[in-house]
Design a protein around this ligand. Structure first.
Ligand code: FA5
Ligand code: MG
Length: 434
């Protein structure tokens, strides 16, 4: 029964809290570079563009309705990041190649959703907003970095005080009616729910629809206000109404689920992932009777567009030529300071006998390169891969582009980086360099 399920999940929750989560083990893959990033706390600088954008988004939600949470510890349990959200043990995002593990029980959160259950459990308000740094082992390029920021929002209703589904729906609809209308152009070809994006068994269809309406109207209002406000100060901005579109999506912790995209400067920009919260999540939170929604959004991608910041690594820059361009609460266009020339080096090597190329993951090299060269790496790409016809040994070749945003790198300096990367490759992966 629901009661029993609720009891056993609570027990599991407690167990996860008590687990010994200190120390390292065979799962540990966090690197010193990433460790350092966890201490940067960019959102504590009031002039940082990410902080400005966070505050703009926060300001669109009524304060008495949504509790704000900042500076939550990025070290969370595997339970919080995955299990509590219905993310199954075999899901790819849990693998060591994608996630930074402190040890078997603890990870650096890969998304702010790691705090959903706790937020639905403890806050006195029916809504919450979270802004935080998140970490993923990912490629390195202009729009991907192993650390970035997300915002999460959630909103719930309890059937308490209502005597029928109709009354619960009326309560939700009354809240939806209070949301200011957006005045933007919305393309929504999605259905409230369908076989490919189903409603949950435990929810009557009217409730699913009411929650969906509140969710969509809320996010439309937020996007409309943010992008229209920002367009106002810019005389070159187009006077066309802002366009957004809704698309079906899938997340293990919401159903049905959607993504919202906005048309901005000639491109569709993915903004929110969102959906009707899985009842299982409310079970974990100890409130199985509630219904509600959740959304998540990557802050950098939006900030890059709004502030005209061309490279995601700039957000982490300590260069005054970056930081001094911004003031608290002001959205202004970033002025690029001069770009310095880059240099690329190739790394070709034979994998250990009996190792297939799939056992060496791109992210393994990314972490080595990042450890040695930090933000001097602009890009890493696999350029060649082959199997020797006779020996059957596998060879890989990667090209690394070094570039500083602050100065011209000299050859001696790059040679040292190159040697250190080669050395590290030999030690960590027993490869034979070519
Ligand atoms: C999530 O992380 C879900 N937790 C969102 C969610 C929350 C859905 C609540 C439903 C309910 P996703 O993996 O798509 O979803 O990431 C969300 C956003 O993070 C993306 O749209 C993108 O803007 C940003 N993002 C992902 N990877 C990177 C990266 N390496 N660098 C910068 N931004 C990234
Ligand atoms: Mg996505």
């Amino acid at each position: 029964s629901t009661r029993q399920l609720f009891k056993s999940t609570l027990a599991r929750n407690e167990e996860a809290r008590r687990e010994d989560i200190s120390g390292t083990d065979e799962w540990t893959n966090i690197t010193p570079t990433i460790e350092r990033l966890t201490n940067r706390k960019l959102l504590s600088n009031p002039a940082h563009p990410l902080t400005t954008l966070r505050d703009i988004i926060f300001s669109k939600f009524p304060e008495q309705e949504y509790t704000r949470a900042n500076f939550l510890n990025p070290r969370v349990s595997v339970y919080e990041n995955f299990d509590s959200l219905n993310i199954t043990p075999d899901h790819v995002s849990r693998s060591k190649t994608d996630t930074y593990y402190l040890n078997k029980h603890k990870v650096l959160r890969t998304h702010t959703s790691a705090h959903q259950v706790e937020s639905f459990r403890v806050y006195p308000t029916p809504g919450f907003l979270i802004a935080a740094d998140v970490y993923r082992r990912d490629e390195i390029d202009r729009s991907h970095y192993p650390a970035f920021h997300q915002m999460e929002g959630g909103r719930w209703w309890s059937p308490e005080g209502t005597t029928s589904v109709k009354e619960l729906v009326a309560k939700i609809d009354a809240d939806t009616a209070k949301i200011p209308t957006s005045g933007i152009q919305i393309v929504d070809d999605t259905l409230p729910f369908h076989a490919g994006n189903p409603k949950q068994d435990r929810q009557p269809p009217e409730v699913c629809i009411a929650v969906t309406n509140h969710l969509k109207r809320t996010l439309e209002m937020v996007v409309g206000e943010i992008f229209q406000d920002i367009g106002k100060g810019d005389p070159s901005a187009t006077k066309e109404p802002l366009q957004i579109r809704w698309i079906d999506a899938t997340f293990p912790f919401t159903s049905p689920s959607w993504e919202m995209e906005v048309y901005w400067q000639g491109e569709w920009l993915e903004l929110f992932g969102c959906g009707v919260t899985q009842q299982r999540v409310f079970d974990q939170a100890g409130h199985p009777e509630r219904v509600g929604w959740a959304f998540g959004v990557g802050i950098e991608r939006v900030a890059m567009v709004l502030f005209g910041i061309p490279d995601i690594r700039l957000f982490w820059s300590e260069d005054p030529r970056f930081l001094e361009q911004f003031a608290p609460g002001v959205v202004n266009t970033f002025k690029q300071f001069s770009r310095y020339p880059g240099t690329s080096r190739d790394f070709a090597f034979w994998l250990k006998d009996g190792t297939s190329p799939d056992q060496f993951h791109d992210n393994d090299l990314m972490d080595i390169v990042r450890e040695v060269a930090g933000d001097l790496v602009e890009n890493v790409s696999l350029i060649d891969k082959f199997t020797h016809p006779k020996t059957k040994r596998n060879s890989l070749c990667y090209r690394v582009l070094f570039q500083s945003m602050e100065r011209t790198l000299n050859n001696d300096e790059i040679n040292v980086l190159q040697d250190n990367i080669r050395e590290s490759l030999k030690i960590k992966f027993a490869v034979e360099l070519r």
